[in-house]
Design a protein around this ligand. Structure first.
Ligand SMILES: Cc1ncc(C[n+]2csc(CCOP(=O)(O)OP(=O)(O)O)c2C)c(N)n1
Length: 297
């Protein structure tokens, strides 16, 4: 990492990073995720990588949080409903100052607070334990309704992939959210169209997804934003801030395994250990991307 990016991450606390900074941070974090998943020979590279632009932008540009007080009552909430992508949120939280970056090396070891799936009572900054697909929207709805009852103005963001949207419970929660319409509840769909062992189209087609969400009472952004383009992501945040009915949903077009060309869009790299040859070749690509993004800072 170059000096500017290192400084950015070291002095990150109250920053609202812009598009170029977010792109460089996401590239640096993607490399960290890749390194740890390779070193530990376990973890979900595909889904962690596809959502990294989105979570980086949330935590380094948008969310009202305090890394020194993870349980702050007024903080914005984030639920990674696709909990298998845990290395994504662990890496973001560590670099955002919630716990030491060195902790990432303990990913999925006994005694580490960084287990395979996020655990809210173990890891500072994790707002909800997830991993069994399909629960996130229900919990997010509860949090958003709790904000209303307790007269708080925090936002609740929930991220799903296709797997959660294949679960019946998700649609019960979507339906109920459409009834109660809580303010500041946002669904972010990491729509990479690839699942554990096949494409979403093969397993359970979701299209026309935006129309389905609309039919359940959600205010859905008309644009499908590019979840790897930080300008696009910031445009989606601006859309969230526009007046309009609640709850709101944004569908992001993403690429599973983003950043390593021969892993992109392949379900084989959903959760497979990364062999040495693939690691070395992949790392060259991720480093090149990081250098490119750093150069534009
Ligand atoms: C209830 C439940 N059923 C099955 C699984 C196993 N599983 C883990 S990830 C996954 C596929 C997820 O696909 P997607 O949401 O598209 O994830 P992404 O591509 O973003 O990694 C499945 C079926 C699970 N975790 N929970």
């Amino acid at each position: 990492m170059n000096e500017r990016l290192t400084n950015l991450l070291n002095n990150r606390r109250d920053q609202r990073c812009g598009a170029k900074e977010l792109a460089a941070i996401a590239a640096a974090l993607r490399l960290q995720v890749f390194d740890v998943i390779h070193a530990r020979q376990t973890g979900h590279w595909g889904g962690a990588s596809s959502a990294l632009g989105l979570t980086t932008a949330l935590y380094f540009n948008r969310m009202r949080i305090n890394a020194e007080n993870p349980q702050w009552e007024d903080r914005d909430r984030f639920i990674l409903s696709k909990g298998h992508a845990s290395m994504n949120i662990y890496t973001v939280l560590a670099n955002r100052g919630f716990f030491p970056i060195e902790d990432l090396q303990g990913f999925r070891t006994l005694g580490s607070h960084l287990q395979g799936h996020p655990a809210m009572h173990k890891t500072p900054g994790i707002d909800m334990s997830t991993g069994a697909l399909g629960h996130g929207v229900s919990v997010a709805l509860g949090m958003a309704l709790a904000a209303k009852i307790s007269q708080k103005d925090y936002w609740t963001y929930v991220m799903t992939g296709e797997g959660c949207l294949n679960e019946g419970q998700t649609w019960e929660a979507l339906m109920m959210a459409g009834k109660y319409k809580p303010e500041r509840l946002v669904l972010m769909v990491d729509y990479n169209r690839v699942q554990l062992d096949g494409t979403a189209a093969e397993i359970m087609p979701l299209d026309p997804l935006a129309d389905k969400l609309k039919a359940f009472g959600w205010n859905v952004a008309d644009t499908v934003y590019n979840g790897h383009d930080t300008n696009d992501i910031l445009a989606s945040f601006a859309w969230m801030d526009q007046s309009g009915p609640w709850p709101k949903a944004v569908v992001y077009s993403t690429v599973k395994g983003k950043g390593v060309s021969f892993m992109e869009g392949k379900s084989a790299w959903h959760g497979a250990p990364i062999d040495e040859k693939s690691y070395q070749e992949g790392r060259v690509q991720l480093e090149a991307d990081l250098e490119h993004k750093e150069a534009s800072l």
